[in-house]
Design a protein around this ligand. Structure first.
Ligand code: PMP
Length: 363
């Protein structure tokens, strides 16, 4: 919180106050160099050290097995939608996609462009407006698929898998909005990827974590900026990375590490989410339609029984320093994104506001 404002934006999202303060301190002169991280060469020894420690911190926090590769790629999570099939598919091979919301649908569509004829729809929750995960029995899975892609947390509806699906082919997950919010066993996955701007820094890059057997299967004939093996070989420094974004990412990872790591984050996140859902469920003024086991602990979406009050709710919330609660334009309503940097105090203030608003406007 800065200037009394709690920022519930889904991304770019709130950064930890301590990180923003550190950035302010370091801005004119980073690491005693006399210039900032926006002005440092990516070949400069201090910066290379920062990239090394960033990877080390991510490996430690996510318990990434040594033989998995970690790469940083520009283009956000969206470039991963096409880079993944470009690297893994070809010569008649295919992959399965589970579509449970806007982001996995985008991943499916982009993959279909990158690998025409190679992408199969395993299941979609579209008929239910992406408010639930399709029954496991309805999934059409190809045992020969190179991978099954799914999105662990759908940021817009606030729909989250309670645990990764168990399947016989390598699992690939977009964890953009839940990375570092809860522990995931990396060895259960062929690949994980996430953009940085929700839970671990500003926008500008995506992190991809790749199993050795997946890396071995990557095509070797792609342009280097689209090739996972090239990123691995160059340790993500084959061209100029966004140095400032990398620096803030490194600070965010240290922040999580100092606060006890991902399990500690999960405990706080579950508590924040549970308080919000309990309040919503106990009221007939607010509603959340997602079945309890599939509710997100990162993005809590809710509607007002009377949508005519939406703008008033947002205006009054804004006056009280509760910012960016408007739901995504495709679904309407409200959404509180409560990633790691959102303190419990912010959620308590939101709850207090919601209770007061309900008292004042209930008919
Ligand atoms: N996947 C998910 C789950 C997201 O929430 C988002 C961004 N909201 C994206 C992918 C796209 O990320 P980017 O804008 O970095 O491409």
């Amino acid at each position: 919180m800065t200037d009394g404002v709690y920022n519930f934006s889904p991304g770019p999202a709130a950064l930890p106050v301590e990180v923003v303060e550190q950035v302010r301190k370091d801005l004119p002169s980073w690491s005693g160099l006399g210039y900032s991280t926006m002005e440092v060469s990516h070949r400069q020894v201090d910066f290379v050290r920062l990239m090394d420690s960033l990877e080390e911190d991510l490996r430690f926090l996510m318990r990434i097995p040594d033989d998995y590769s970690v790469v940083l790629v520009q283009g956000g999570a969206s470039l991963q939608f096409s880079m993944l099939p470009m690297n893994l598919l070809g010569d008649g091979t295919s992959a399965d996609y589970l579509v449970t919301g806007t982001w996995s649908e985008k991943a499916y569509k982009e993959a279909s462009l990158a690998a025409p004829n190679g992408i199969a729809l395993a299941a979609t929750g579209k008929d239910d407006n992406f408010l639930s995960i399709p029954d496991r029995e309805s999934w059409r899975l190809n045992p020969q698929a190179k991978y099954l892609h799914y999105t662990h947390n759908e940021t817009i509806a606030g729909l989250m898998f309670a645990s990764p699906p168990k399947v016989k082919v390598p699992l690939v997950s977009d964890i953009s909005s839940c990375i570092l919010s809860l522990p995931l066993r990396v060895s259960d996955f062929g690949m994980l990827y996430a953009c940085t701007q929700k839970n671990m820094g500003p926008a500008g890059i995506a992190v991809a974590i790749i199993a050795p057997e997946m890396l071995r299967q990557c095509r070797q004939d792609l342009p280097s900026m689209l090739s996972y093996p090239s990123y691995v070989q160059s340790r993500s420094l084959q061209n100029t990375p966004p140095t400032f974004t990398c620096y803030v990412l490194a600070l965010c990872l240290q922040w999580v590490r100092v606060r006890g790591g991902v399990s500690a984050m999960e405990e706080i996140n579950r508590d924040k989410a549970q308080r919000l859902y309990e309040m919503i469920d106990a009221s007939d003024f607010y509603a959340n339609p997602i079945p309890k086991p599939s509710r997100s602990i990162c993005n809590v979406a809710f509607t007002l029984a009377n949508p005519a009050l939406d703008d008033k709710f947002l205006a009054e919330a804004g006056e009280q320093g509760l910012a960016n609660l408007r739901g995504h334009r495709t679904v309407g309503g409200m959404r509180a994104s409560i990633y790691n940097a959102m303190p419990l105090e912010g959620v308590l203030k939101l709850l207090q506001f919601m209770e007061g608003f309900e008292r004042r406007w209930r008919q």
